[in-house]
Design a protein around this ligand. Structure first.
Ligand SMILES: *[C@@H]1O[C@H](CO)[C@@H](O)[C@H](O)[C@H]1NC(C)=O
Ligand SMILES: *[C@@H]1O[C@H](CO)[C@@H](O)[C@H](O)[C@H]1NC(C)=O
Ligand SMILES: *[C@@H]1O[C@H](CO)[C@@H](O)[C@H](O)[C@H]1NC(C)=O
Ligand SMILES: *[C@@H]1O[C@H](CO)[C@@H](O)[C@H](O)[C@H]1NC(C)=O
Ligand SMILES: *[C@@H]1O[C@H](CO)[C@@H](O)[C@H](O)[C@H]1NC(C)=O
Length: 491
């Protein structure tokens, strides 16, 4: 009995609730309720991964005893007295980075030789035994302070392989030592946005098991918005080479369970990612502006054309470019590198300042939510490259396209930029670009940013159509641009 009266009450309540609902349904047209965004396709980037992705170019600084001994891998036997920069000025590093539009700098706090650029409590193989500042200096401190003063975020590298410390090879002792140093670096210097781990190790190095899980847990405990980089993530993955080139297919998704640190059999997998991958683990492309990672008097920076090639094959393939710019023995970034970096920035700005797509009218195969929805093709022409986008109707199952028509005088370009709304997952598997019906470029993945330099050089036409040939679910395009790159000379 009690149950039945409850049911009557329930129905009554429901009717009470429905009458305003019925009214609101009648008002639907007048209120123009928005069509919600489509469901995401997992996996998705984390908040910190999305912030990272938008940085595009970040800077590595290899600096330490190797700078003074003209080597790449120190032996660990170097005397701390060799570390003697006569005019160290991290403000010059930060100024150089800021002028190049770089928002994150990563310093080698300790390289394989074991020499520490900060006064660690757990070793004296550090700046405390260097004549620099009479042993009272702290390069990490000066580095983070200079970065912050220029609005640049700081990142650190602490080499797992340590050729100096006698605890290396004694698994527990060394892991304790390493964790203690991590705690110093992640508690003394304020916010750290990226930390870099690798499995680099000489062929005959002492055997050593690193407690990566302990390290990563400690890092996340001490710095909540940090991204951890390694061959295997957990936040950022290595691209699989030190040339700065991502695969022409490059998914931000991959199966983390198939990855391990220092494993040579996974390089191709790292380079392309995995369309079926269950983890969001985008790739970072590390490369040095010079042949070596450390400064050597005999070396010079790469040519602008080489750096642009790297830019198109990293940033232009859905990745971040981590460009190493090593300070010299004075403790400054060499003038030739400063010049080359600002040349690179000027070149990128020259290429990407004038987008001829914004002078076009734009149409698409269909818009989600109808003509008056919020997902029309005009969204690809605004300044937002993540959260406003063109979405086709769910009813449309194939032949997705978006087309740009010149309002006058045609469209002339040799570079096209396409961006996906990756906040809802990376989706596009295959795409093609047509100018007046003739195919001028094609590719597989798009991701956060895909740049095509046209192999045929400059094209001139009245319409440009991007066809999405294959995608996981409906494709979501957040931005498109057509540009003229005066440095591009196809062979
Ligand atoms: C490793 O040791 C072997 C045998 O002693 C030697 O031939 C080789 O050159 C060493 N390799 C390195 C990288 O030191
Ligand atoms: C490290 O361990 C492996 C496997 O146990 C062994 O084959 C190798 O010789 C060891 N290397 C050194 C330098 O001790
Ligand atoms: C290297 O990766 C492959 C593929 O995931 C895996 O089968 C293998 O066990 C890994 N090797 C090591 C030493 O972790
Ligand atoms: C990655 O994981 C997914 C889901 O488990 C699986 O379908 C896919 O085959 C895996 N990729 C590889 C290369 O094993
Ligand atoms: C290091 O770079 C600075 C600034 O470009 C320059 O003045 C200095 O001479 C360089 N030092 C060496 C040893 O080349």
């Amino acid at each position: 009995m009690a149950e039945k009266s409850y049911n009557y009450l329930h129905i009554f309540t429901l009717l009470m609730l429905l009458s305003p609902l019925a009214n609101s349904l009648k008002n639907h047209d007048r209120l123009k309720l928005a069509t919600p965004p489509p469901l995401p396709i997992l996996p998705l980037p984390s908040f910190s991964q999305l912030k990272w992705q938008q940085r595009e170019i970040i800077m590595f600084l290899h600096f330490g005893v190797n700078t003074f001994t003209d080597s790449e891998w120190g032996t660990g036997l170097e005397s701390p007295s060799v570390f003697y920069p006569t005019g160290l000025d991290p403000t010059q590093w930060a100024h150089t980075a800021a002028r190049a539009g770089i928002s994150l700098m990563i310093l080698t706090a300790k390289h394989h030789d074991g020499f520490c650029l900060w006064p660690s409590k757990y070793t004296d193989h550090s700046v405390v035994r260097s004549p620099w500042n009479n042993g009272n200096g702290d390069v990490v401190r000066e580095f983070v302070d200079a970065a912050k003063a220029h609005g640049i975020d700081a990142g650190l590298y602490l080499s797992p392989w340590d050729r100096h410390d006698t605890r290396y090879g004694h698994v527990e002792l060394y892991n304790e030592y390493y964790l203690a140093q991590l705690q110093e670096l992640l508690t003394r210097y304020g916010g750290v946005r990226e930390i870099w781990f690798d499995g680099a190790k000489g062929a005959n190095a002492t055997n050593m098991t690193y407690y990566f899980n302990d390290w990563f847990s400690m890092v996340k405990e001490l710095q909540s918005t940090i991204n951890i980089f390694s061959d295997a993530g957990p936040d950022i993955r290595w691209v699989g080479n030190e040339k700065g080139y991502a695969g022409s297919t490059c998914w931000s998704t991959i199966n983390a369970t198939s990855l391990s640190i220092g494993n040579a059999t996974i390089l191709d997998y790292l380079n392309t990612g995995d369309p079926k991958g269950t983890n969001w683990l985008p790739a970072e492309c590390d490369v040095s502006i010079r042949p070596g990672w450390f400064w050597h008097k005999s070396q010079a920076p790469k040519k602008l054309s080489e750096l642009l090639e790297i830019y198109y094959k990293s940033v232009g393939r859905n990745c971040l470019l981590l460009l190493n710019v090593p300070p010299n023995t004075t403790g400054l970034i060499s003038e030739s590198d400063v010049q080359r970096l600002s040349q690179l920035r000027r070149a990128i700005d020259t290429i990407f300042t004038s987008n001829s797509a914004v002078k076009c009218s734009v149409e698409a195969s269909s818009p989600r939510g109808g003509e008056n929805g919020n997902f029309g093709p005009e969204n690809v022409l605004d300044e937002d490259h993540l959260w406003t986008y063109w979405a086709p109707s769910e009813n449309e199952k194939k032949d997705y396209w978006i087309e740009f028509r010149a309002k006058s005088s045609g469209i002339k370009f040799n570079v096209i930029r396409i961006q996906e709304a990756i906040g809802l997952g990376q989706r596009i598997k295959k795409h093609e670009i047509y100018v007046d019906g003739i195919r001028v470029a094609k590719g597989s993945t798009v991701g956060y940013k895909r740049l095509h330099r046209l192999k045929m050089g400059v094209v001139h036409g009245n319409s440009v159509r991007i066809k999405i040939v294959k995608a996981k679910g409906i494709p979501l395009i957040s931005s498109v641009g057509f540009y003229f790159d005066p440095f591009w000379k196809p062979k």
